[in-house]
Write a protein of this length. Sequence first.
Length: 332
Amino acid sequence: MALKAGIIGLPNAGKTTVYNLMTNGDGLVSPLPFTTVAPLTGLANFDDPRLSVIAEVFGKEQIVTPSLMITDNAALSEGAARGEGLGNQFLGYISSCDFLFHVVRCFKNHSVEHFGKWIDPVSDVLVVNRELVKADLELVKGETHRNDEIIDGRRSGDLVRAKMLRPLLRELSDIFSKGVNPHGHYFHPEDKSLVETLPLMTNKRVVFICNVDEHASSRDLAEKVVAFAVKNNSPSVIVSPQSASKEGLLRGQTWGLDVFYTLDGGLRAWPFLPPLVVHNAIRLIHPDLPSHTDVIQKFHCPRSGYSAIDIHATTVSCNPDDLVADGDIFVF
Protein backbone atom coordinates (compact mmCIF):
# COMPACT_ATOMS: atom_id res chain seq x y z
CA MET A 1 0.00 0.00 0.00
CA ALA A 2 1.45 3.37 -1.06
CA LEU A 3 1.81 6.25 1.36
CA LYS A 4 -0.90 8.89 0.93
CA ALA A 5 -0.01 12.55 0.64
CA GLY A 6 -2.49 15.41 0.44
CA ILE A 7 -1.87 18.71 -1.34
CA ILE A 8 -3.18 21.69 0.63
CA GLY A 9 -3.05 25.46 0.30
CA LEU A 10 -5.09 28.59 -0.26
CA PRO A 11 -7.07 29.25 -3.47
CA ASN A 12 -4.90 29.94 -6.53
CA ALA A 13 -1.71 28.82 -4.82
CA GLY A 14 -1.03 26.42 -7.71
CA LYS A 15 -2.01 23.15 -6.05
CA THR A 16 -3.44 21.50 -9.17
CA THR A 17 -0.48 22.66 -11.26
CA VAL A 18 1.87 20.97 -8.79
CA TYR A 19 -0.38 17.88 -8.72
CA ASN A 20 -0.20 17.64 -12.53
CA LEU A 21 3.59 17.93 -12.42
CA MET A 22 3.91 15.20 -9.82
CA THR A 23 1.47 12.72 -11.32
CA ASN A 24 1.50 13.67 -15.02
CA GLY A 25 -2.17 14.41 -14.44
CA ASP A 26 -4.52 16.67 -16.36
CA GLY A 27 -6.43 18.43 -13.58
CA LEU A 28 -8.11 21.67 -14.63
CA VAL A 29 -5.95 24.74 -13.96
CA SER A 30 -7.66 28.12 -13.91
CA PRO A 31 -6.96 31.67 -12.64
CA LEU A 32 -10.35 31.49 -10.92
CA PRO A 33 -10.48 30.37 -7.27
CA PHE A 34 -12.00 27.06 -6.12
CA THR A 35 -11.60 25.37 -9.52
CA THR A 36 -11.03 22.05 -7.75
CA VAL A 37 -14.21 21.15 -5.88
CA ALA A 38 -13.66 17.38 -5.69
CA PRO A 39 -10.33 15.71 -4.90
CA LEU A 40 -8.07 14.48 -7.68
CA THR A 41 -6.03 11.35 -7.00
CA GLY A 42 -2.99 10.06 -8.84
CA LEU A 43 0.25 8.14 -8.38
CA ALA A 44 3.60 9.94 -8.22
CA ASN A 45 6.81 7.98 -8.78
CA PHE A 46 9.97 9.56 -7.44
CA ASP A 47 13.67 9.19 -8.08
CA ASP A 48 15.77 6.65 -6.20
CA PRO A 49 19.31 6.20 -7.57
CA ARG A 50 19.95 3.22 -5.28
CA LEU A 51 17.54 1.01 -7.24
CA SER A 52 19.89 0.42 -10.17
CA VAL A 53 22.76 -0.59 -7.87
CA ILE A 54 20.59 -2.97 -5.83
CA ALA A 55 19.10 -4.48 -9.00
CA GLU A 56 22.59 -5.09 -10.40
CA VAL A 57 23.82 -6.76 -7.19
CA PHE A 58 20.87 -9.15 -6.98
CA GLY A 59 20.29 -9.61 -10.70
CA LYS A 60 16.75 -8.22 -10.68
CA GLU A 61 15.10 -6.98 -13.86
CA GLN A 62 11.60 -6.40 -12.52
CA ILE A 63 11.74 -3.14 -10.55
CA VAL A 64 8.96 -1.22 -8.82
CA THR A 65 10.02 2.35 -8.09
CA PRO A 66 8.95 4.17 -4.91
CA SER A 67 5.64 5.94 -5.28
CA LEU A 68 3.09 8.02 -3.42
CA MET A 69 -0.67 8.29 -3.75
CA ILE A 70 -1.27 12.04 -4.18
CA THR A 71 -4.58 13.79 -3.55
CA ASP A 72 -5.22 17.34 -4.75
CA ASN A 73 -7.81 18.76 -2.39
CA ALA A 74 -10.21 21.67 -2.72
CA ALA A 75 -8.65 24.93 -1.58
CA LEU A 76 -8.75 25.80 2.08
CA SER A 77 -9.86 29.26 3.17
CA GLU A 78 -10.43 31.04 6.44
CA GLY A 79 -13.41 29.50 8.21
CA ALA A 80 -12.80 25.97 6.93
CA ALA A 81 -12.66 24.62 10.49
CA ARG A 82 -16.15 26.05 11.06
CA GLY A 83 -17.41 24.29 7.94
CA GLU A 84 -17.46 27.36 5.70
CA GLY A 85 -17.07 26.80 1.97
CA LEU A 86 -15.75 23.28 1.41
CA GLY A 87 -14.13 23.33 4.83
CA ASN A 88 -15.47 20.17 6.46
CA GLN A 89 -15.12 18.21 3.23
CA PHE A 90 -11.55 19.48 2.76
CA LEU A 91 -10.51 18.62 6.30
CA GLY A 92 -12.10 15.20 6.00
CA TYR A 93 -10.00 14.37 2.95
CA ILE A 94 -6.67 15.37 4.46
CA SER A 95 -7.35 13.59 7.76
CA SER A 96 -6.75 10.26 5.98
CA CYS A 97 -3.39 11.36 4.49
CA ASP A 98 -0.04 10.27 5.93
CA PHE A 99 1.57 13.64 5.31
CA LEU A 100 0.91 16.92 3.51
CA PHE A 101 2.34 19.00 0.69
CA HIS A 102 1.57 22.65 1.43
CA VAL A 103 1.72 24.63 -1.82
CA VAL A 104 2.45 28.30 -1.19
CA ARG A 105 2.01 31.04 -3.76
CA CYS A 106 5.28 32.95 -4.20
CA PHE A 107 4.53 34.90 -7.37
CA LYS A 108 2.74 38.11 -8.32
CA ASN A 109 0.30 37.90 -11.19
CA HIS A 110 -2.63 40.29 -11.37
CA SER A 111 -4.53 37.94 -13.67
CA VAL A 112 -4.58 35.28 -10.94
CA GLU A 113 -6.78 36.36 -8.07
CA HIS A 114 -5.37 36.52 -4.54
CA PHE A 115 -7.50 36.93 -1.43
CA GLY A 116 -5.04 39.07 0.49
CA LYS A 117 -4.23 42.72 -0.05
CA TRP A 118 -0.76 41.72 -1.25
CA ILE A 119 1.31 38.60 -1.79
CA ASP A 120 2.68 37.52 1.58
CA PRO A 121 3.46 33.78 1.48
CA VAL A 122 4.30 33.39 5.17
CA SER A 123 1.01 35.08 6.08
CA ASP A 124 -0.76 32.64 3.73
CA VAL A 125 0.95 29.71 5.47
CA LEU A 126 -0.26 31.00 8.83
CA VAL A 127 -3.86 31.21 7.57
CA VAL A 128 -3.76 27.52 6.68
CA ASN A 129 -2.05 26.64 9.96
CA ARG A 130 -4.73 28.45 11.96
CA GLU A 131 -7.46 26.44 10.26
CA LEU A 132 -5.66 23.18 11.04
CA VAL A 133 -5.28 24.24 14.68
CA LYS A 134 -8.98 25.13 14.89
CA ALA A 135 -9.91 21.79 13.36
CA ASP A 136 -7.74 20.00 15.92
CA LEU A 137 -9.39 21.91 18.75
CA GLU A 138 -12.76 20.56 17.63
CA LEU A 139 -11.30 17.08 17.32
CA VAL A 140 -9.86 17.25 20.84
CA LYS A 141 -13.25 18.34 22.18
CA GLY A 142 -14.84 15.28 20.60
CA GLU A 143 -12.08 12.99 21.88
CA THR A 144 -12.50 14.46 25.38
CA HIS A 145 -16.22 13.75 25.36
CA ARG A 146 -15.71 10.14 24.23
CA ASN A 147 -12.84 9.67 26.66
CA ASP A 148 -14.91 10.93 29.61
CA GLU A 149 -17.69 8.50 28.68
CA ILE A 150 -15.20 5.60 28.89
CA ILE A 151 -13.99 6.76 32.31
CA ASP A 152 -17.56 7.21 33.55
CA GLY A 153 -18.56 3.76 32.30
CA ARG A 154 -21.00 5.06 29.66
CA ARG A 155 -18.89 3.76 26.76
CA SER A 156 -16.74 0.67 26.30
CA GLY A 157 -13.06 1.20 25.72
CA ASP A 158 -9.55 1.06 27.14
CA LEU A 159 -10.01 2.49 30.64
CA VAL A 160 -6.27 2.68 31.40
CA ARG A 161 -5.57 4.61 28.20
CA ALA A 162 -8.56 6.87 28.81
CA LYS A 163 -7.28 7.85 32.25
CA MET A 164 -3.83 8.57 30.81
CA LEU A 165 -5.37 10.63 28.01
CA ARG A 166 -7.59 12.81 30.20
CA PRO A 167 -4.94 15.30 31.43
CA LEU A 168 -3.23 15.25 28.05
CA LEU A 169 -6.44 16.15 26.22
CA ARG A 170 -6.95 19.05 28.61
CA GLU A 171 -3.40 20.21 27.91
CA LEU A 172 -3.96 19.97 24.15
CA SER A 173 -7.25 21.85 24.45
CA ASP A 174 -5.47 24.71 26.23
CA ILE A 175 -2.79 24.81 23.53
CA PHE A 176 -5.23 24.78 20.61
CA SER A 177 -7.53 27.32 22.33
CA LYS A 178 -4.63 29.79 22.16
CA GLY A 179 -4.33 29.18 18.42
CA VAL A 180 -0.97 27.50 18.87
CA ASN A 181 0.45 24.54 16.97
CA PRO A 182 1.82 22.06 19.56
CA HIS A 183 4.92 21.22 17.50
CA GLY A 184 7.12 23.37 19.71
CA HIS A 185 5.51 22.20 22.93
CA TYR A 186 7.42 19.82 25.18
CA PHE A 187 5.63 16.58 26.02
CA HIS A 188 6.94 13.84 28.25
CA PRO A 189 8.03 10.92 25.99
CA GLU A 190 5.05 8.78 27.13
CA ASP A 191 2.66 11.68 26.53
CA LYS A 192 4.21 12.34 23.12
CA SER A 193 3.55 8.72 22.14
CA LEU A 194 -0.10 9.15 23.14
CA VAL A 195 -0.38 12.43 21.19
CA GLU A 196 0.87 10.62 18.08
CA THR A 197 -2.00 8.14 18.35
CA LEU A 198 -4.55 10.96 17.98
CA PRO A 199 -5.70 11.79 14.42
CA LEU A 200 -4.58 15.41 14.66
CA MET A 201 -4.01 17.51 11.54
CA THR A 202 -1.05 19.17 13.24
CA ASN A 203 0.55 15.75 13.84
CA LYS A 204 1.16 15.35 10.12
CA ARG A 205 4.51 16.01 8.50
CA VAL A 206 4.33 19.01 6.17
CA VAL A 207 6.51 19.61 3.11
CA PHE A 208 6.33 23.20 1.85
CA ILE A 209 6.31 23.64 -1.95
CA CYS A 210 7.11 27.20 -3.01
CA ASN A 211 5.38 27.94 -6.32
CA VAL A 212 7.47 30.54 -8.16
CA ASP A 213 7.60 32.19 -11.58
CA GLU A 214 10.57 33.51 -13.58
CA HIS A 215 10.90 36.85 -11.72
CA ALA A 216 13.63 37.44 -9.13
CA SER A 217 11.06 38.84 -6.69
CA SER A 218 9.34 35.45 -6.74
CA ARG A 219 12.50 33.73 -5.53
CA ASP A 220 12.79 36.31 -2.75
CA LEU A 221 9.27 35.45 -1.59
CA ALA A 222 10.09 31.75 -1.73
CA GLU A 223 13.16 32.21 0.46
CA LYS A 224 10.89 33.58 3.19
CA VAL A 225 8.91 30.33 3.14
CA VAL A 226 12.13 28.29 3.14
CA ALA A 227 13.28 30.20 6.24
CA PHE A 228 9.90 29.57 7.89
CA ALA A 229 10.18 25.86 7.07
CA VAL A 230 13.68 25.63 8.55
CA LYS A 231 12.48 27.34 11.73
CA ASN A 232 9.71 24.76 12.00
CA ASN A 233 11.91 21.75 11.14
CA SER A 234 10.00 21.08 7.92
CA PRO A 235 11.34 20.22 4.44
CA SER A 236 10.78 22.66 1.59
CA VAL A 237 11.35 22.78 -2.17
CA ILE A 238 11.12 25.60 -4.72
CA VAL A 239 9.26 24.69 -7.93
CA SER A 240 8.69 26.61 -11.15
CA PRO A 241 5.73 24.95 -12.89
CA GLN A 242 5.84 27.52 -15.72
CA SER A 243 9.14 26.06 -16.86
CA ALA A 244 7.96 22.53 -16.02
CA SER A 245 10.86 22.31 -13.58
CA LYS A 246 10.61 19.25 -11.34
CA GLU A 247 14.06 19.71 -9.83
CA GLY A 248 13.87 18.57 -6.22
CA LEU A 249 10.14 17.91 -6.44
CA LEU A 250 10.29 14.18 -7.10
CA ARG A 251 12.92 13.25 -4.55
CA GLY A 252 11.87 11.33 -1.50
CA GLN A 253 14.86 12.62 0.46
CA THR A 254 13.62 16.17 -0.09
CA TRP A 255 10.34 15.20 1.53
CA GLY A 256 11.96 13.61 4.58
CA LEU A 257 10.99 10.10 3.49
CA ASP A 258 13.07 6.98 4.01
CA VAL A 259 12.94 3.88 1.79
CA PHE A 260 13.28 0.17 2.42
CA TYR A 261 13.39 -2.53 -0.25
CA THR A 262 12.04 -6.04 -0.71
CA LEU A 263 13.36 -8.84 -2.91
CA ASP A 264 10.59 -11.31 -3.64
CA GLY A 265 10.79 -12.25 -7.30
CA GLY A 266 11.47 -8.64 -8.24
CA LEU A 267 12.84 -5.56 -6.51
CA ARG A 268 10.43 -3.09 -4.92
CA ALA A 269 11.04 0.17 -3.10
CA TRP A 270 8.79 1.13 -0.19
CA PRO A 271 8.86 4.75 0.99
CA PHE A 272 7.99 5.28 4.64
CA LEU A 273 7.83 7.89 7.36
CA PRO A 274 10.20 7.04 10.22
CA PRO A 275 9.98 5.65 12.79
CA LEU A 276 8.72 2.33 11.41
CA VAL A 277 9.08 -1.01 13.16
CA VAL A 278 9.61 -4.30 11.32
CA HIS A 279 6.15 -5.60 12.21
CA ASN A 280 4.42 -2.59 10.64
CA ALA A 281 6.70 -2.75 7.60
CA ILE A 282 5.62 -6.32 6.97
CA ARG A 283 1.97 -5.36 7.37
CA LEU A 284 2.60 -2.58 4.83
CA ILE A 285 3.89 -5.12 2.32
CA HIS A 286 0.99 -7.50 2.82
CA PRO A 287 -1.50 -7.61 5.70
CA ASP A 288 -1.59 -11.42 5.65
CA LEU A 289 2.15 -11.97 6.10
CA PRO A 290 3.21 -13.23 9.55
CA SER A 291 4.86 -10.67 11.83
CA HIS A 292 7.78 -12.94 12.79
CA THR A 293 10.78 -12.32 10.56
CA ASP A 294 13.43 -14.76 11.76
CA VAL A 295 13.70 -16.32 8.29
CA ILE A 296 14.32 -13.03 6.51
CA GLN A 297 17.78 -12.23 5.19
CA LYS A 298 18.57 -8.54 5.50
CA PHE A 299 20.98 -6.41 3.51
CA HIS A 300 21.64 -2.69 3.60
CA CYS A 301 22.40 0.03 1.08
CA PRO A 302 23.46 3.43 2.48
CA ARG A 303 21.89 6.60 1.13
CA SER A 304 25.07 8.08 -0.38
CA GLY A 305 28.56 7.09 -1.38
CA TYR A 306 27.47 3.53 -2.18
CA SER A 307 28.48 0.96 -4.74
CA ALA A 308 27.87 -2.75 -5.15
CA ILE A 309 30.49 -3.60 -2.53
CA ASP A 310 28.76 -1.36 0.03
CA ILE A 311 25.69 -3.62 0.12
CA HIS A 312 26.62 -6.05 2.84
CA ALA A 313 24.76 -9.20 3.80
CA THR A 314 23.63 -9.77 7.36
CA THR A 315 21.45 -12.77 8.07
CA VAL A 316 19.62 -11.67 11.19
CA SER A 317 16.73 -12.69 13.38
CA CYS A 318 14.67 -9.49 13.31
CA ASN A 319 12.61 -8.60 16.33
CA PRO A 320 9.15 -7.36 15.25
CA ASP A 321 9.77 -4.22 17.33
CA ASP A 322 13.12 -3.43 15.70
CA LEU A 323 13.24 -0.17 13.78
CA VAL A 324 13.53 -0.29 10.00
CA ALA A 325 16.46 1.79 8.73
CA ASP A 326 16.56 3.74 5.50
CA GLY A 327 18.19 1.46 2.92
CA ASP A 328 17.29 -1.85 4.56
CA ILE A 329 16.72 -4.65 2.03
CA PHE A 330 14.58 -7.63 3.06
CA VAL A 331 14.63 -10.93 1.18
CA PHE A 332 11.57 -13.14 1.59
